[in-house]
Design a protein around this ligand. Sequence first.
Ligand code: F0G
Length: 461
Amino acid sequence: MELPFAESYKIKMVEAIYRSTRPERETWIREAKYNLFNLRSEQVYIDLLTDSGTGAMSDRQWAAIMTGDESYAGSSSYYNLQEIIRKLFGFDYCLPVHQGRAAENVLFSVLVQKGDVVPGNSHFDTTKGHIEFRGATAVDCTIDEAFDTETDHPFKGNIDLEKLRKVLNETPAGKIPFIILTVTCNTSGGQPVSMQNIREVKELANEYGIPLVLDSARFAENAWFIHQRETGYSGKTIREIVAEMFSYADGMTMSSKKDGIVNIGGFIATRHQQWFEKATTFSIMYEGFITYGGMAGRDMNALAVGLEEVTEAEYLESRTAQVEHLGKQLLDYGIPVQRPIGGHAIFVEAKRFLPLVPKEEFIAQTLAIELYLEAGVRGVEVGTLLADRNPETRENRYPATEFLRLAIPRRVYTNNHMDVVAAALKNVFDRRNQISSGYKIRKEAPIMRHFTVELERVLKD
Ligand code: F0G
C-alpha cells in the first residue's frame, strides 16, 4: 500500500486557542463595528486574516535567533543573509528593511518619477500605493483568464504579452522605469507565473531596454507550481527553479513575512551596483544603516534560515497540500472559489456565494462576518471596501470580483482546523438564501478605509 502524505515536520511548542460561543461572537463583532480588523486575536478561533508574519518558525530559526549579532555596523547576521540571497537569487547586493512595503518605498524612491508608468500583473495594494504616491501609474497587464474564477488555467498570474507590448509601445521612451512581476500573484488568488512567461516578459523588456523587478513575497510557492505544472521542470530542484526565475530579473523586493517564514522583515536585492548605491541613501534615511536596515540582527539570522527552509520541496509540498486540502473540500461542496487553488489562500467568490446581497451592501464583507459568526474563523474582504472610492468622484468603486480571502499561515494550523473552516463555510452556504442584506458604512477614513471602517447592519423591512 502506498503511504499517505504527511507534513515534513513535527510540533515542539503549542499555543492554546479558544473556541468561543456564537452569543460571544455576536457581541464581539458588534463591538468591533462589524470590522474584523477590530477584533482582538483572542476573539478569533482560527485566524485566516493573512499569511503575512503569522507563520511558525522552526527550532533551527529559534536557535539562529540566539546567535544574532546586534552590531550597528558590519553585523555577521547581515552577512549570513547576504550569503543566502546570493546563493538563491544570484544577486550580489542586498539591503534589509522592516517589511515588504518598506522595500517598495526604498527601491521606488530610486526608480519611480512623477508621470512614469509601471506595468505588471495585478500589483499588490502597497506596491500600487507606492507607485501612485509618486505620481506614477500602475498598469495591470494580467491575462484575462485570471478574472474568470471558473476557468482552470495553470498560471493565472501570467502577464498578457500583447497587453504589455501595447503599454510599451504607447508610453514615451524613458517613462517606464521597470516592469514588476508579482510571484505568486496575491491579488488574483495566489496564482503563479510560469517560467516561460517570466522569460518572455524579460525578452520583451530587453527589446525596449527596460529592467524587470520581481515582487518576491511568495517566490518559493511560485517555484513549486512551476515544478508541478510546467513541462521540463519536474526534474529540477526548487533552488534550480528559483535561480532560473531570478536570472531574468534585475532586482527584487521582498516581504520576508511570507516566504521568509519570519514574523517581521523584508529586503531589496539587485545585481546592479548603481541601484544598490542609490538605494542605500533612502534605506539609511527611512530604515537604518546598510547592514541592518529595519531589522534586528537576530531576525536577519532567522530569515537566512527561513529562506533555506522555504526552498525545500518537502516543506512546499506540505504547505501547498494544506491549502489544497481546504480548497478541494470547498469545491466538493459546490462553493465558488478561484480555480485552480493558489499557493497561500483560498479566494471565495462572494457574489456567487451570496447572490441576494446587493453590491452596495458589501457582499464579501457580509460573507466574512457570517463566517466569523458561524465558527470564529476570520478571513478578509478583498472587495468593495478594499477597492475604496474613486478619488475624484468619491463614488464607491465596485471591482469585477468580490472575494473573501482565507489566507493560511505557514506551519501553524493542522488539517483538522481546515476541516472546521470548510464545515463552517458549508453551513453558511446552506443558508445562503436567508442572507439577503448586508452592511452600510457609519464611518470611514479618506484612504485605506478597510482597516478602520465602522459598519452597521442594513435592516430589512
Ligand atoms: N507584495 C505582496 C505580493 C504582498 O502580498 C504584500 C503583503 C506586500 C508586497 C507588502 O508586504 O506587508 O511586508 O509590507 N501582503 C499582506 C497580505 C499584507 O495579507 O497579503 P508587507
